[in-house]
Design a protein around this ligand. Structure first.
Ligand code: BGC
Length: 429
């Protein structure tokens, strides 16, 4: 068989991504409160939510403890060990998020100790030769803000900009890349359309309001950051779903696809106007869009495959590497640098991750060849971590976590990824 070597552009950033709440442990915010109230319910609902093969493979989904983030990966105390691992894998970039509730535990009062601690975290990334990408908001809110309505609060943009300005003033010397908000449309969909995540409201009108509030927060923060630093690179992390009609011949499915693509991939970006120095693609989903009874009941057009085979992850999500290529091509017209800030899969046995990474990189490379300005790839995630309302059972890490001993074990797919990162090239057969 002939081998082909696909070289990536010089200076390409190879990274992994994490978020504070999912790995740090010991957080107290609106999610940690929600989790406590909902753990029992989530454990009970597992039986109807997940397919038989998933229930058999991950019996911990029936245990309420699975849904309590608790110590998570104790990354709060072990970040140096984790960045050592990242370095050993040859990564030259790393994405973290700052936990707002630690920085501003009470409205207007900033915690100097926590500010100092994140400085150490950022220095620890830099010292290991990695470029830090910093997310300012990865879905969690301080309790005081949640009491005012969280992202529904009209003053959210004001509070967020004030907190972000403080952060950027503090770490401007260490950080060039700022991600204001993580995947606004995921939280709008999960919280306000489907009604699964806090505050579990099924309200389309509120969801539409949140588009406005969050995009205003992004725009104001963009300006505030540029006042502090002219050279900062500011963007938000955007989930892009590759969507096609379930039945290509059905007019209704085609229409539903158009509507879904608009709200999922386009609307928020449009609302941010020209206030982006880079774009991002976070890719997990290939959706076959259909108007069905499920849509009416669950408020989602999307059919998620539930079977277990080569083409699905432990969460039953379809693996469809080609999707990332089409999405990247769709972003080419904006002419901005693009970072893939998340892409990954739940694969506890690590049977699919190596191939998953290579196949996605193959399509990313093809997009680059066709003129798309992709500058970096961040795998989600470095460590297995706390997967929101699903808890600990989905395993997204390049590194396996033993949550009892906190031992980290580098998975073999991580070494496959490391080879690509170190050589800045992918060899395909
Ligand atoms: C989120 C992560 C999450 C990952 C896997 C992304 O949408 O930003 O927080 O863990 O998907 O579901």
């Amino acid at each position: 068989m002939t081998k082909e070597t696909l070289k990536f552009p010089k200076g390409f950033l190879w990274g992994a991504a994490t978020s504070a709440y999912q790995v740090e442990g010991g957080n107290k915010n609106d999610w940690s409160e929600w989790e406590k109230k909902n753990a029992e319910r989530l454990a009970k609902e597992a039986k109807m939510k997940w397919a038989k093969w998933q229930q058999k493979k991950f019996p911990e989904m029936f245990d309420p403890k699975n849904y309590i983030s608790g110590r998570a990966c104790d990354h709060y105390n072990r970040y140096e060990e984790d960045f050592d691992i990242a370095k050993s894998l040859g990564l030259n970039a790393f994405r973290i998020s700052i936990e707002w509730s630690r920085i501003e535990p009470e409205e207007g009062k900033f915690d100097e100790k926590e500010i100092e601690r994140y400085r150490k975290v950022l220095e620890a990334i830099r010292v290991r030769g990695m470029e830090p990408f910093v997310t300012l908001w990865h879905w969690t809110n301080p309790i005081w803000l949640a009491q005012m309505g969280g992202i529904e609060c009209k003053k959210f943009p004001y509070y967020f900009t004030r907190y972000s300005s403080r952060i950027v003033e503090e770490y401007n010397d260490l950080v060039s890349f700022w991600i204001t908000l993580n995947e606004p449309t995921s939280i709008i969909g999960a919280s306000y359309l489907v009604g699964q995540w806090l505050p579990q409201k099924r309200s389309i009108s509120t969801g539409l309001k949140i588009y406005k509030i969050l995009s205003e927060a992004h725009r104001e923060t963009y300006d505030a950051i540029h006042k502090i630093s002219k050279s900062a690179q500011v963007g938000f992390s955007n989930i892009l779903r590759y969507q096609e009609p379930h039945d290509k011949k059905s007019l209704l499915d085609r229409l539903a696809t158009k509507i879904s693509i608009y709200f999922t991939n386009k609307k928020f970006l449009g609302l941010t106007g020209n206030k982006n120095d880079f774009l991002s693609v976070q890719f997990y989903f290939h959706d076959l869009v259909k108007i069905s009874l499920r849509f009416i009941r669950k408020r989602t057009f999307i059919e998620v495959p539930k079977k277990e085979d080569e083409s699905t992850t432990d969460l039953g999500w379809e693996i469809y590497p080609e999707g990332i290529y089409h999405l990247l091509i769709s972003q080419k017209k904006f002419g901005l640098p693009i970072y893939i800030l998340e892409n990954g899969l739940a694969d506890a046995e690590d049977k699919k991750r190596g191939k998953f990474i290579k196949d996605h990189l193959y399509w990313i490379h093809k997009a680059i060849q066709e003129g798309v300005g992709v500058r970096g790839y961040f795998h989600w995630s470095l460590l297995d971590n706390f997967e929101w309302d699903k808890g600990f059972w989905p395993r997204f890490g390049l590194v396996e976590m033993n949550y009892k001993t906190m031992e980290r074990k580098i998975r073999s797919s991580a070494w496959e990824y490391a080879k690509i990162c170190k050589e800045n090239k992918l060899v395909v057969e």
